[in-house]
Design a protein around this ligand. Sequence first.
Ligand SMILES: C[S@@+](CC[C@H](N)C(=O)[O-])C[C@H]1O[C@@H](n2cnc3c(N)ncnc32)[C@H](O)[C@@H]1O
Ligand code: SF4
Length: 417
Amino acid sequence: MAERANGPAGPLDGLPAQVVQFIRPGQVRLGALPPLALYIHLPWCLKKCPYCDFNSHELKPGSAADSAAQQDRYVDAVIADLEASLPLVWGRRVISVFIGGGTPSLFSPEAIDRLLAAVRARLPLEAGCEVTLEANPGTFERERFKAFRAAGVNRLSVGVQSFDDAALQRIGRVHDGAQARAALAEAAEAFDTFNLDLMYALPGQDLAALARDLDTALAFKPPHLSIYHLTVEPNTVFANRPPVLPDDDLASDMLDLITERTAGVGLQRYEVSAFAQAGHRCVHNLNYWQFGDYLGLGAGAHGKLSFPERIVRQVRWREPAAYMAKALAGQAVSNEHEVGPADLPFEFMLNALRLREGFSLARFTERTGQPARRIEAAVAQALAQGLLEQQGEVLRPSDRGFDFLSDLQQLFLADAR
Ligand SMILES: C[S@@+](CC[C@H](N)C(=O)[O-])C[C@H]1O[C@@H](n2cnc3c(N)ncnc32)[C@H](O)[C@@H]1O
Ligand code: SF4
């Protein structure tokens, strides 16, 4: 799609059309490109959980996905997807890799090894690059863990959700509390750093049950803990057959208990749902919240890429079979659009306001290409409502702003219109 039909050679001649369309003049001016992360989606699970709206697909025994050959084919597709994407990220170093799902620990260590070797051969990774793999209890054992480590995974994210067998059954998990404890013991032994995922406000859960889950979780001294309020998402089994959930008052008491207990063991709540010991914040997620760039490979993966004069969002084909066929044919991307200047303040705030430390006005301008005056009115309103606090040119959500985060974020939506 070169813009010039004839005439002398121009600076864009010889570049792939896919690149030319992104580096032509646009509506946004970025002084520098942000850090770049890599997300790789592996879309299969043993069983679909009734609350889950992620792009995850049940692995039926004997089905396409349930064989080494199919894992190989999927890895081939991701590598083809990466190859096709390289011109969009030429010359940029990758600060983190996150292999998420679905249940990536269902893939063999050999498949993960081949995947990471292919990434390293094609993209320069920063020294000490964080490489996370999501793992579900019950889908791996000690030797497999060590092999993931040898393949280059240096951080494990273990999806525990709860240690309570009855609660786990009510939310349709395939593992029990004993398997969760075994997985964490292995993770702590095999990896220098790991994350533990919990959910709270589960069906039938009371404060005492949550306290037991927290006690068990904290006994493993997790360097990083993510705790999500269970949400009933549209188009899930729970949306059709809603379980009885704790009411808002109880859920709010639960959050108080979580913040109190985590602070008591030195875990800092640096994001709405994320708690970390010093030096163990998640580089990958922090980059999302700081409105950094990420290349998203794999079925249904989302990406955000900046160019000197535009910011582009991409989505890959969602169904694993369609994704594999398309990616192997060099067409993994199903949808791609530019984020217009009017939408950038709100998109930035959706992420940055999740962080306890907030953001600086310089960072806002650097990442969105928009002058600080674009958000002046909304900032003034948020300060007046006590939802934001300002220190010099740093803005951060107040305690109240953290509690009413979507109200705070909405102010920036109104400002953009
Ligand atoms: C996409 S899952 C992948 C991890 C892994 N498959 C698992 O389920 O353990 C990432 C995390 O999102 C959280 N999550 C998924 N669905 C959720 C929901 N409806 N409400 C709250 N948290 C949810 C869970 O804590 C889960 O560990
Ligand atoms: S295991 Fe994780 S990704 Fe898979 S269905 Fe359950 S919540 Fe979703």
